[in-house]
Design a protein around this ligand. Structure first.
Ligand code: TRP
Length: 334
């Protein structure tokens, strides 16, 4: 029996989206729309597991929606909404909190990273964050989940939770076990200042990342200043892998010019980094600045963005309520 394929993914509304989000997530979201039904959620409830200033949070949600639209997610094809608008996420998360095990959560490496050295001070929400993520996915009975490699462990937890629910309530196949869709080539865009760290909006230096709203001038400066080394570009993958910053630049170059890594390396080997950087900056300016302009244009009409969220919420809610009705029944809630 083949069940209908359904894609679900979530993006946290925490400030500007950058090249890592664009290559690692958004572009993939856009192409998936052609093959499957897709639900793309701005996960504001996940964001507040770490304190957010309310006004900033509101802005970031709209900015994330604008970034979705500007990269080509089509609200007439896919469902775009914010998580807190559909109360089923929080409700199912509670039920799943009772299915998920403390031992399972204790293995989550992202919590350990995010909570830092003083775990006693992390919010309880941050700890059970992966259960909420499972609820996001299972609320729609999603079958495919495009995520970065850093979310793989959370997705495995979602599968464990789905399976335990199906076992506990004797309803084999009730929740499909969601499959991760992890981009093969570019699972990670790294910081331009440190090739061993992921490109991130929380890194202090803005020179570590290309933001979708950066101007041509900013992109060019950031690529020029990106860390590399004084050697020439190596001629084989093995040597390149020992130079994380060079690998990152070639990786971005291959992705943005739509050629594979081997071919990109072939083209660049033996050349100076300045040659690669010039070419890369031109390509990035071509691809990213129109997206940034579109984001700004969309942000100038917040009412329109709110309308899109409202429509998405209505569509999401219909699916969520139907599934929740069956979930409540399985659990024995009247
Ligand atoms: N945890 C994900 C991240 O930080 C975001 C997310 C929340 C998500 N819920 C999701 C991703 C459901 C995929 C499916 O990137």
């Amino acid at each position: 029996m083949s069940k209908k394929k359904l894609v679900f993914s979530g993006v946290q509304p925490t400030g500007n989206l950058h090249l890592g989000n664009y290559l690692g997530a958004l572009k993939n979201f856009v192409s998936l729309q052609k093959e499957m039904s897709c639900i793309y959620c701005v996960v504001d409830l996940h964001a507040i597991t770490i304190f957010q200033k309310p006004d900033q949070l509101r802005n970031s949600v709209l900015e994330t929606v604008a970034s979705f639209l500007a990269t080509g997610i089509d609200p007439n094809k896919s469902i775009i909404f914010n998580q807190s608008a559909v109360s089923g996420h929080a409700e199912l998360a509670w039920i799943l909190n009772c299915i998920s095990r403390i031992g399972w959560l204790n293995r989550m490496t992202q919590f350990k990273d995010k909570a830092g050295s003083d775990k006693e001070k992390a919010s309880v929400g941050l700890y059970i964050y992966p259960n909420l993520m499972a609820a996001d996915i299972l609320l729609y009975k999603a079958t495919h989940v495009p995520v970065g490699a850093d979310q793989k462990q959370h997705l495995e937890l979602s599968r464990d939770i789905a399976q335990k629910f199906n076992n506990d309530f004797n309803c084999k196949d009730f929740f499909p076990l969601p499959e991760p869709l992890i981009p093969k080539n570019i699972s990670r865009v790294m910081s331009l200042r440190d090739g061993t760290k992921k490109m991130s909006k929380s890194e202090e230096s803005d020179y570590s990342r290309i933001n979708l709203k950066d101007s041509a001038d900013e992109i060019s400066k950031k690529i020029k200043k990106a860390k590399s080394d004084s050697d020439q570009i190596p001629d084989n993958l093995k040597d390149l892998e020992n130079k994380p910053e060079a690998l990152n630049l070639i990786n971005i170059y291959s992705e943005i010019s739509k050629i594979n890594l081997d071919k990109a390396l072939n083209e660049m080997s033996g050349k100076e980094y300045s040659f690669l950087k010039k070419k890369l900056a031109d390509l990035l300016i071509n691809e990213i600045t129109p997206v940034g302009k579109e984001i700004n244009k969309l942000l100038s009409d917040k009412g329109n963005l709110e309308k899109i969220l409202e429509k998405g919420k209505e569509k999401a809610n219909i699916i969520a309520e139907e599934n929740l009705k069956n979930i409540r029944e399985k659990v024995g809630l009247i």
